[in-house]
Design a protein around this ligand. Sequence first.
Ligand SMILES: *[C@@H]1O[C@H](CO)[C@@H](O)[C@H](O)[C@H]1NC(C)=O
Ligand SMILES: *[C@@H]1O[C@H](CO)[C@@H](O)[C@H](O)[C@H]1NC(C)=O
Ligand SMILES: *[C@@H]1O[C@H](CO)[C@@H](O)[C@H](O)[C@H]1NC(C)=O
Ligand SMILES: *[C@@H]1O[C@H](CO)[C@@H](O)[C@H](O)[C@H]1NC(C)=O
Ligand SMILES: *[C@@H]1O[C@H](CO)[C@@H](O)[C@H](O)[C@H]1NC(C)=O
Ligand SMILES: *[C@@H]1O[C@H](CO)[C@@H](O)[C@H](O)[C@H]1NC(C)=O
Ligand SMILES: *[C@@H]1O[C@H](CO)[C@@H](O)[C@H](O)[C@H]1NC(C)=O
Ligand SMILES: *[C@@H]1O[C@H](CO)[C@@H](O)[C@H](O)[C@H]1NC(C)=O
Ligand SMILES: *[C@@H]1O[C@H](CO)[C@@H](O)[C@H](O)[C@H]1NC(C)=O
Length: 483
Amino acid sequence: MIMEGNQNPIFNTMKASLKRPSWAILLLIFAVLTLFTLQITNKSVFPIQQSFSLAARDSSTGFRGPKSCSGFFDEVPPRKVVKSIEEFGGVGDGKTSNTAAFRAAMAYMDSFKDRGGAQLNVPKGRWLTGNFNLTSNFTLFLDEGAVILGSQDPKEWPIIEPLPSYGRGRERQGGRHISLIHGNTIRNVVITGQNGTIDGQGNMWWDLWWNRTLEHTRGHLVELISSHNILISSLTFRNSPFWTIHPVYCSNVLVKNMTILAPLTAPNTDGVDPDSSVNVCIEDCYIESGDDLVAIKSGWDQYGINMARPSSNIIVRRVSGTTPTCSGIGIGSEMSGGISNVLVEDLHIRDSAAGVQIKTDKGRGGYIANVTIKNIKMERVKIPLRVSRGANDHPDKGWDPKALPKVKGIVITNVVSLDTRKAPLLEGIEGSPVEDICMKNISIFGLSPSMKWKCEFVSGSSYGVFPNPCDQLQRNGSTSWCS
Ligand SMILES: *[C@@H]1O[C@H](CO)[C@@H](O)[C@H](O)[C@H]1NC(C)=O
Ligand SMILES: *[C@@H]1O[C@H](CO)[C@@H](O)[C@H](O)[C@H]1NC(C)=O
Ligand SMILES: *[C@@H]1O[C@H](CO)[C@@H](O)[C@H](O)[C@H]1NC(C)=O
Ligand SMILES: *[C@@H]1O[C@H](CO)[C@@H](O)[C@H](O)[C@H]1NC(C)=O
Ligand SMILES: *[C@@H]1O[C@H](CO)[C@@H](O)[C@H](O)[C@H]1NC(C)=O
Ligand SMILES: *[C@@H]1O[C@H](CO)[C@@H](O)[C@H](O)[C@H]1NC(C)=O
Ligand SMILES: *[C@@H]1O[C@H](CO)[C@@H](O)[C@H](O)[C@H]1NC(C)=O
Ligand SMILES: *[C@@H]1O[C@H](CO)[C@@H](O)[C@H](O)[C@H]1NC(C)=O
Ligand SMILES: *[C@@H]1O[C@H](CO)[C@@H](O)[C@H](O)[C@H]1NC(C)=O
């Protein structure tokens, strides 16, 4: 486990330098000069490569080389048996259904789970298929030019039980469509390759959603339930009908070096949604979609409260991308099982509705605690930092209006936002204010002088924040935990 606390030397160094009163002013002058000498166009002033390489040295530990989540996934031995989908009758012409071939392949692979494991190779070609389920000690490997295509027949995405922490499908009552690639109680699984593609062909599903004829909640591209030690890497996932990668009730999941794409108008096509899961790391990914790039969740209202399965030890690092309607990183709004120990760092978010957003509502219950968000670059993001309430979105009439979420201990540092449209908006819930927000070294540019931070039912501290934050955050130095 590689986790980074707030007590590391970089914070102590900052603490020392923050004692000098001129620090904030110097920083501001420096930042303003740097930014205004740059010709600000709609091109990125923070090329992705650069923001990745900046993160490559961990100055706090002196460790050279990129900080990495390798500890989240235990390496697996080479598999005893390696087969190609063609050996199971697969035809990669983009038209022939390979559902039977994939299911036969998986049944065969399953027979090796306790005999050294197996690997299924998908060669170059276009492999149309309905849902199939993964097994343990298994690797799915997509060659360069291999494309798995999601079937356009909803019956090939059969209906399964709703998740107990949601009580129903997220979009419709009752069951929900299974994901294209599904795993339940599996261990030691790798989904990787040479930038092959898994394309959900979600257009049909988005149409059903838009024209309100969707009968059951849409399926994910990849969903893993109650699974352990999973690696998803080096592939392109496209056009998921719904949230793209959904690990729920899982432990030790690593999503690395992935490209995740969906049209910017495709509804609810979140990139990665760790849900009631522990030890999840999302690293070195490019994501563009019609919803949150990453959204951390833990169940919905009374169902999530009853199940009480938190998301904890979550790292999101070196992720970049765009979502014109949603946020770069979202926490919630389904957070009823609790969310804690989250580290988000080295994000680059451009052309998006929100940068970092914490979403709650009455009825959610649960908590969000100990969240550190640092080194965030944003360009043309409408609202860089937001705490919002009132998603007003409940599973059924059984939700408890007295179940108020508790949000406490949110540290946000080293943020630069250019061409910003709106000032931060932080809104806690009456009767359950957001506590212990700590904002340091935050520069938000592009706002007209009339744009002010808006805060309600929040409290905390701030240092070196431009423009001046709301009064609720101006307790300079009175709380030692933030400085
Ligand atoms: C960048 O600006 C050019 C010309 O001003 C415009 O055509 C293009 O759509 C813009 N791109 C983005 C991502 O806003
Ligand atoms: C997977 O393989 C490991 C050895 O690498 C073995 O201990 C474990 O029992 C196997 N899992 C299953 C489900 O057979
Ligand atoms: C896949 O898993 C689901 C849920 O666990 C199950 O209902 C379905 O029958 C499985 N499909 C196959 C082809 O085994
Ligand atoms: C990332 O994925 C690409 C293919 O998508 C691969 O060529 C490259 O080696 C991977 N990088 C790492 C560090 O694994
Ligand atoms: C992988 O493919 C995607 C989609 O074609 C592309 O955007 C991305 O740059 C590729 N990644 C690498 C490492 O080649
Ligand atoms: C809704 O969209 C689906 C999928 O494209 C289509 O088959 C169906 O005819 C549409 N229904 C209406 C009422 O527009
Ligand atoms: C807070 O979260 C970090 C990881 O983000 C973890 O290392 C640290 O131990 C947590 N602190 C507490 C008090 O749980
Ligand atoms: C403040 O944030 C900027 C931008 O992320 C960073 O370059 C700078 O090093 C930070 N300053 C301190 C004292 O950490
Ligand atoms: C905190 O600092 C800001 C500027 O650095 C100043 O305007 C404000 O009055 C201070 N607030 C308190 C409560 O000292």
